[in-house]
Design a protein around this ligand. Sequence first.
Ligand SMILES: *Cc1c(COP(=O)(O)O)cnc(C)c1O
Length: 357
Amino acid sequence: MQTRASRWVREAIQSQDSYHVPDVADVIKLDAMENPWSFPPEIDAAWRESLAGIALNRYPDPVARDLHAPLRALMQVPDSASLLLGNGSDEIIQFILLSLAAPGRTVLAPSPSFVMYDVLAKACGMEYAAVPLGDDFSLDLPAMSRAIEEHEPAVIFLASPNNPTGNLFESAQVEEIIAIAPGLVVVDEAYQPFAGSSFMSRLDSCPNLVVMRTLSKVGLAGLRLGILAGHGEWLDEFNKLRLPYNINSLTQATAAFALQNWDVFQQQIDAICEERKRVLEALKAMPWITTWPSQTNFILFRSESQPADTVHARLLVDGILIKNLHRPGTALENCLRVTIGSPDENDTFLASLSRSA
Ligand SMILES: *Cc1c(COP(=O)(O)O)cnc(C)c1O
């Protein structure tokens, strides 16, 4: 029977699944690229103090003014570029798409890549063109060029390093795509802190480029703070669709505090990169596992013996949650993605995995 909801909710929404977050307590959580550590105790106390004066009865600063200078300094944003903040970079993707959406317009991205581009494009009524990545998950430039010519995309999303493959795209290829794109190119640098390389300095020379960052993967996933840098020509328009007060007072104060204490995060990032090397070596030593190099805080691997579903389920029995990316008949067949955790968590994961052969 047709319900009132099914009569009125748009078909593009009804045909989607809701974003699935597994509901599991007391597991070692290595599924969502979270940093395993929070503030050390002495810093934690100072953070709590920094929140004491916040007037929760008042609306937050609408543009989070205090965050702009430290974010610009940390991310080396060129003076010519503007900044726009989002409630996570997911919200930034949403307001970019809302401002570009029109019937028949296309969003283009390589595949596999970050799922929210696809989900939000369709929610905004846009077409989504997914261009398969080439060998070793590098960009297939001829295929991208053909797709750009065919679809004339309003926007191209390039996550570099890419999720879920973990690799950084070649700069020259990204530059080529920016050069031939008829519309906007969003370089999504959610994992830049683990890779080093950035397109931020190209904002000066590329008027159709915007660069997106987030504090989520470096240790502040609970804050929900995403950052967009780019020319005012674009950002002033996106800003009209940004909901007023989208960055709450607690997030603004905590982010300001975190940026003043960035050395803590930098040490954690360095430790995660060290652990990444160790976990990758250990995975490579398992003959039934294929790995890919990573410039992120996670590693993509394939099980060549047991099905990925079995590996995933066995790890969960041992209290370890990773991400099962298995899609039959795709490049991600029997692939899984593990976030780099603390050394103890990684040891527990590796020990459990080695029993799954
Ligand atoms: C995690 C992730 C995001 C979303 O980050 P939030 O700021 O937490 O919304 C965006 N892009 C990529 C590629 C990601 O992996």
